[in-house]
Ligand binder design. Structure first.
Ligand code: ADP
Ligand code: GN1
Ligand code: MG
Length: 357
């Protein structure tokens, strides 16, 4: 029999009815408003096929971050996610219908943003993502499971996209012909970063891989970055994935699902602020990484756009959607951003040169 969320909570020794929380596209998130408060999450098993491996990664990564933060004199209860164990000492609870639940300490006095409000916010977010990568620079990457195989392998993402077009399993391809062509016209871009990783030109680092602005909490009073959250996809990757994915989202003047494309532009002031924070915090950045920073934003935007479009063509099985065209609307904002970036690529390159000195 399916257990209610209230029953699930008793396994973390809490008696309460929690409420839905946040705007993540993947897991089901609940706020447990007690004192202190907690975040309860049901892990999306369709996305994460082996939830035990996700939890093993998160346990190792948060323990590592905790040690680093303490060594630097910081507050580990705010600087990293803290898992709450179940009554029988496990980092997650598996319900009798086979669902996986985990609980974190709720980080108070900080919040995430779904749309950027100022370049300063981006500067602070970038420093938080940069510090996060620095703290993981000596993490033994071989201990991490690859929880979503080839997550940012854009060649594979492109092949998956073509397969979704070909299958046209819900008959939506004809109505998305323009968007499909937009991706096909940019096939040349998909191999650039993966090929440089394969040939050893780009270093492999332990990266976050999902650096949306709503995956970093900023202090409500000072605006400074407090904690990088949503650690499900921490895996070996490229610094360019974290940079590109962050600006894909935070460089936009509108929401990821804004239907009015006249409101969607790629904002160079936001690009500059984020780049400054990121580059300042990561002295280990290489020449080739610097050179590819502007391109990586276009690449990660293309990757995300083709994932939204492929999901639309496959009947919305991956991302949470609120209405039938949601994934199509999302891919359109990504493609509008790419058009604007293509016009602004020269300016983006000049900004990186100016910052890197
Ligand atoms: P998803 O994988 O679905 O994106 P997240 O882990 O990003 O889920 O959580 C969704 C939202 O919940 C976040 O954007 C953030 O606003 C909030 N949140 C998650 N964990 C915490 C936490 N420990 N403290 C405060 N807020 C949190
Ligand atoms: C998902 O979990 P969330 O909402 O932070 C997705 C990202 C996408 C993003 C697009 C595990 O991120 O890869 O870029 O949606 N996460 C996963 O908004 O697929
Ligand atoms: Mg999230």
């Amino acid at each position: 029999m399916t257990e209610s969320i209230r029953e699930i909570l008793t396994h973390f020794s809490i008696e309460l009815n929690p409420s839905s929380y946040g705007n993540g596209h993947i897991n089901d998130t609940y706020l447990v408003a007690t004192d202190p408060s907690y975040i309860l999450q049901k892990i999306n098993k369709n996305v994460f096929k082996k939830p035990e491996e996700v939890m093993e990664n998160i346990k190792l990564v948060t323990e590592h971050l905790r040690r680093k933060i303490i060594a630097e004199g910081g507050d580990p209860m705010r600087g990293t996610l803290n898992l709450i164990e179940t009554v029988d000492g496990k980092p997650f609870y598996k319900s009798n219908d086979g669902e996986y639940y985990r609980m974190y300490v709720f980080i108070d006095g900080a919040r995430s943003y779904d749309v950027v409000e100022s370049p300063e916010q981006l500067y602070q977010a970038a420093k938080a993502f940069g510090r996060f990568q620095n703290m993981l620079a000596d993490f033994p990457a071989e201990k991490l499971y690859e929880v979503i195989p080839r997550f940012h392998d854009t060649r594979k993402r492109y092949a998956d996209f073509l397969a979704a077009v070909e299958a046209d399993s819900v008959g939506r391809a004809a109505g998305a012909a323009r968007e499909i062509q937009f991706v096909k016209d940019r096939e040349d871009a998909v191999g650039v970063v993966v090929d440089d990783i394969a040939s050893g030109i780009l270093p492999v680092r332990v990266t976050h891989n999902d650096t949306k602005l709503n995956n970093v909490l900023l202090d409500e009073k000072t605006g400074e970055g407090v904690c990088v959250i949503d650690l499900d996809t921490v895996m070996p990757g490229s610094l360019l994935y974290d940079f590109g994915d962050a600006l894909r989202f935070a460089g936009s003047t509108g929401a990821e699902d804004e239907p009015d494309l006249n409101k969607i532009w790629f904002d160079l002031a936001n690009f500059e602020a984020f780049t400054r924070g990121f580059v300042e915090t990561l002295p280990s950045i290489t020449e080739r990484e610097l050179e590819l920073l502007p391109f990586s934003v276009k690449l990660l935007t293309l990757e995300c756009g083709m994932r939204f479009l492929a999901d639309y063509l496959s009947g919305d099985t991956y991302f949470k959607t609120a209405y039938p065209e949601h994934n199509l609307i999302r891919c359109r904002t990504q493609f509008k951003l790419i058009e604007d970036m293509e016009r602004k690529m020269g300016e983006m390159e000049s900004i990186v040169k100016k910052i890197a000195g």
